[in-house]
Design a protein around this ligand. Structure first.
Ligand SMILES: Nc1ncnc2c1ncn2[C@@H]1O[C@H](COP(=O)(O)OP(=O)(O)O)[C@@H](O)[C@H]1O
Ligand SMILES: [Mg+2]
Length: 364
């Protein structure tokens, strides 16, 4: 899981309740050194509370946190080798950019010459050199975010904690800022733990995604694994769109699962090594794995239907196909050739299909 790198951050059996509500329930996590991990979950799933527990701003009821080989039990926030970039940035409005960035160093007692050197380094890193004398209200949202980032990086934390770092940014800016943040992380080699409720952001930025639900980490892995091999229908639906066939597994074949779906369809998928102990309850397929054709597809799963809706999306179009039994199937058709989706129209009789390996087998 960690590519042989020792984890810089380990969480064991961490629990926290506010009143009678369990907000963190037996959280276990290993973060490889020098990686970006995303805590991804819906609002209220406990992401911020976990981040604050790492920072020492929330004291857990049970469990342990180890950072850089040191047990954090009883270690106050200001003595932890972490820095937190808050969702609101929390810049000091009366201080200049340089003043904001050097604040933590001053508090730490770093000598002036070294402070100036480090502030210049951090401002160059976030491409704000020359703006050191400005005040936060003379900056754009994107620039304010970079000041907040510089203020953290200048402290050279072992782990940088970022709570929804893109939340205050214009949607159009986000993709660029995500790439830039990742490139800065690679440059300084720090470990980032990033909280987000945005699955696209988690996939674009993270080396590992920890999916949270109701205070638990329900899956942990690289983006590709979490997306391609979700371990539950919850994770599958949280990360993108999935067509689910709920039902009962029928024939016991060694390498394949044959499922009788609730609406009478038969669906075939490859049995995965990681199928859980629970009985199989569904087979799923991602829309981009579904082929739409005028004739039978010849694939292990093939259904006749009619196009209900085509929504054009530039790089690809989302096609909804209503099958004979009444169920709809979502397919994503790449617009890589001019003719690809242009030809498909609502009302057209089509076949949809997918090969057995494209099917994901669920037992929860
Ligand atoms: N200080 C607090 N007192 C009481 N309840 C809290 C407190 N902080 C968070 N909660 C509750 O804990 C749950 C998780 O919150 P949070 O960690 O902020 O989730 P997320 O960041 O994933 O949205 C929510 O139901 C929230 O209302
Ligand atoms: Mg939060």
């Amino acid at each position: 899981m960690t590519d042989g790198k020792s984890p810089i951050l380990s969480v064991r059996h961490l629990s926290k309740a506010f009143g009678s509500t369990a907000v963190l329930a037996d959280v276990n996590l290993d973060v490889p050194r020098g990686s970006i991990i995303a805590l991804l979950g819906a609002s209220g799933s406990g992401k911020t509370t976990l981040l604050q527990a790492l920072a020492g701003l929330v004291s857990p009821d049970a469990g342990s946190i180890t950072i850089d080989g040191r047990d954090m039990g009883g270690v106050p926030a200001h003595d932890r080798p972490v820095n937190m970039m808050f969702q609101s940035y929390a810049l000091f409005p009366h201080l200049t950019v340089s003043g904001n960035v050097s604040y933590g160093l001053s508090a730490r007692g770093t000598p002036r010459a070294e402070r100036e050197h480090l502030v210049a380094w951090a401002l160059e890193l976030v491409r704000l050199e020359g703006l050191g004398a400005r005040r936060p209200d003379q900056l754009s949202g994107g620039q304010r975010q970079r000041v907040a980032l510089a203020r953290c990086l200048v402290m050279k934390p072992a782990v940088l904690l970022l709570d929804e770092p893109m939340a205050a940014l214009d949607r159009r800016l986000r993709a660029d800022v995500q790439k830039e943040l990742k490139s800065i992380q690679r440059k300084v080699g720090a470990t980032f733990v990033l909280v987000t409720h945005d699955q696209d952001e988690a996939m674009a930025m993270a080396d590992f995604i920890a999916v949270m639900e109701k205070g638990r980490i329900v899956q942990f892995g690289p983006p590709r694994e979490v997306y391609e091999r979700p371990n539950s229908t919850f994770v599958a639906s949280f990360l993108g769109t999935i067509n689910l066939f709920a039902g009962v597994a029928r024939a016991e074949e060694p390498s394949r699962v044959r499922l009788a779906a609730d609406d009478g369809l038969e669906v075939v998928a490859e049995r995965s090594a990681s199928s859980g102990a629970n009985p199989i309850c569904a087979i799923g397929v991602r829309p981009e794995k579904v082929l739409v054709a005028r004739q039978p597809t010849g694939l292990a799963n093939d259904f006749a239907g009619a196009i209900e809706q085509v929504s054009y999306g530039g790089t690809a179009s989302d096609v909804t196909v209503r099958l004979a039994g009444g169920r709809s199937l979502e397919a994503t058709v790449a617009n890589s050739t001019a003719s690809a989706a242009a030809a498909l129209q609502a009302g057209d009789a089509v076949h949809v299909g997918f090969p057995a390996p494209a099917g994901i087998v669920f037992s929860e």
